[in-house]
Design a protein around this ligand. Structure first.
Ligand SMILES: [Zn+2]
Length: 183
């Protein structure tokens, strides 16, 4: 359980290294952007969002902008409340997936509403839509949402690596029995 500041610094270094390496290789520009975005997301959306109160990592957003910090805290509060500290949130890969899904879900639902529910006329005929929902979903609006460009996978990969850095640091901290501070 390394402290927030150490986590932030190690994620910053890891993010710079990953993005730097992708430039050095060089990868196509979309994938470099994907890796940079994933590194950033992994640095700001960390496994320690399983703590509902105002931690060091949330304080960074508060310092950037108090209103944004409040909204950000509110957005992740249910996640922190639902997740046991260092439980599923700290699992390799799956932990990252819970946060990615949590982040995207509201936007996905909005997307479904505006590109599927609404154009199909489900507002007027909700029962019919639900009865035929699987057929409607698979052959229409959701297909483009799942046909993601490779850059998205690169972003997710970089995010997973950021979480690995976090999990390893937590391990080292508890092995060495170092003190920690979340705030
Ligand atoms: Zn942690």
């Amino acid at each position: 359980m390394a402290d927030g500041k150490t986590h932030a610094q190690s994620n910053l270094i890891a993010g710079l290294l990953m993005t730097g390496a992708s430039v050095w290789i060089p990868l196509p520009i979309e994938q470099i952007i994907g890796i940079a975005v994933g590194s950033f997301l992994g640095g700001i959306i960390t496994p320690d969002l399983d703590i509902a109160y105002r931690t060091y990592e949330k304080n960074r957003v508060y310092r950037f902008n108090p209103t944004l910090g409040g909204l950000w805290h509110l957005y992740w509060f249910p996640y922190g409340w639902l997740m046991r500290h260092r439980g599923l949130s700290h699992w390799l890969f799956l932990g990252t997936l819970t946060r990615a899904v949590y982040l995207i879900l509201p936007f996905f639902l909005l997307y479904l509403y505006f590109f599927w529910w609404y154009p199909l006329g489900c507002n007027q005929n909700a029962w019919w839509c639900m009865q035929n929902s699987w057929m409607n979903l698979t052959n229409s609006a959701t297909a483009p949402f799942f046909r993601l460009p490779p850059a998205v996978y690169y972003a997710f990969g970089a995010w997973v690596i950021q979480d690995i850095v976090h999990i390893l640091l937590d391990q080292v901290w508890s092995w060495l029995d170092l003190p920690y501070e979340y705030r």
